[in-house]
Design a protein around this ligand. Structure first.
Ligand SMILES: [Zn+2]
Length: 357
């Protein structure tokens, strides 16, 4: 359910308020690193091809009904680096395989540090999520980013042709971990196995810090595998709740099931984690913020997803940007309201009733 302040429900009275845009906007800044040998972009990297990825990401975000919308700076891919920059500037990173190279992680950190220190040369925008399109040494990796870091590296046009992989990286930017985090590969005798997906035991991981995601493993490649790993049953034998949990992994943007099919969802708790990070740690790249309210909350709390306010009144009191959202958990909020500022009310986990006992 989604409410906007233009609605008047029960004794909720909405006065003349500045127009809200009804979305928290996240700015993206997209750069093509130029080939130092030719001074040119990789083939296929252009505004039109990225525009498709951008539109698909926004469609997915919109489907979560949490009011997040991406805004692409200039609606254009910017060029950075240039001819003969083999050892300096952005183009020194044009062909690094940030995943496979032994010093890939070091170079990734160096790239980010250099970009932040030299924003004009690197096109770094401190008020946006920075995406660099590079070549990854010709490897078949897609994109590379991890929580707690900022730079997102995309492997050419194939790195963003599947928009789910880019939204996965933006998920990392907002502190989401892989759904299979903590998974184990073991031999039959429970010793550690180094044989990848051929290991005798594939134990699902659940260390993603999100409550409503079940165990997952990057070697599981069917709904049956996920069902067996969690419930010891085939998918067809699951009850409705169990099947929904499996589906949330099978189509999860933070899984690796993008190898089997296009993934398209975050769970509600993943969106809460994203939101807390957007509110507290990634403040420069977004417009308004979300304030959490639940009938089980407390008005002395901080208003985060894990420390929710008790009253709608409290949530509204802290709104200071017309893009702000007050996100209500289901329940009754017996609070007559006169709203005199722009904001959006949302209820995404069941009905919230305002102004009735
Ligand atoms: Zn990842």
């Amino acid at each position: 359910m989604k409410l906007h302040t233009l609605l008047c429900l029960g004794c909720l009275l909405v006065a003349l308020a500045p127009p809200a845009r009804a979305d928290v906007t996240i700015r993206l800044d997209v750069k093509a690193v130029l080939n130092p040998a030719t001074g040119a972009r990789q083939s296929g990297v252009n505004d039109a091809s990225f525009a498709i990825c951008f539109a698909e990401m926004n469609a997915m975000l919109q489907s979560f009904q949490r009011g997040y919308r991406l805004q692409w700076n200039g609606n254009a891919v910017q060029n950075v680096g240039g001819l003969n920059q083999f050892n300096s500037g952005p183009s020194q990173y044009y062909s690094v395989d940030f995943v496979n190279a032994t010093n890939g992680g070091v170079l990734k950190d160096q790239f980010e540090a250099n970009a932040i220190a030299n924003p004009a040369t690197y096109g770094w925008d401190a008020n946006a999520v920075n995406i660099y399109i590079v070549q990854f040494g010709g490897a078949n990796w897609n994109v590379c980013s991890f929580p707690d870091e900022q730079i997102i590296l995309v492997n050419g046009v194939r790195g963003y042709t599947n928009s789910s992989t880019v939204l996965h990286e933006i998920g990392h930017y907002f502190n989401l971990s892989h759904t299979f985090n903590g998974r184990q590969n073991l031999n039959a005798n429970d010793s550690t196995c180094t044989n990848g997906c051929s290991c005798a035991q594939l134990i699902g991981g659940g260390s993603d810090g999100v409550a409503d995601t079940i165990l997952d493993h990057d070697c599981w490649d069917s709904q049956n595998d996920i069902a067996q790993g969690n419930y010891g049953l085939n998918y067809a034998g699951l009850n409705g709740t169990q099947a929904a949990n499996v589906d949330n992994m099978w189509w999860n943007l933070m899984s690796y099931h993008n190898r089997q099919h296009v993934t398209d969802r975050f769970t509600p708790d993943q969106m809460d984690r994203w939101t807390d990070t957007a509110n507290s740690d990634r403040t420069t790249v977004r417009t308004g913020r979300t304030r959490f309210v639940a009938t089980t909350g407390n008005d002395l709390n901080a208003g985060s997803s894990t420390s929710r306010y008790r009253t709608l009144t409290r949530g509204i009191a802290f709104v200071n940007d017309p893009d702000d959202i007050v996100l209500l958990r289901s329940g009754s909020y017996n609070e007559p309201q006169t709203i005199t500022k722009g904001l959006t009310l949302r209820a995404t986990r069941g009905n919230a009733t305002i102004g009735k006992p």
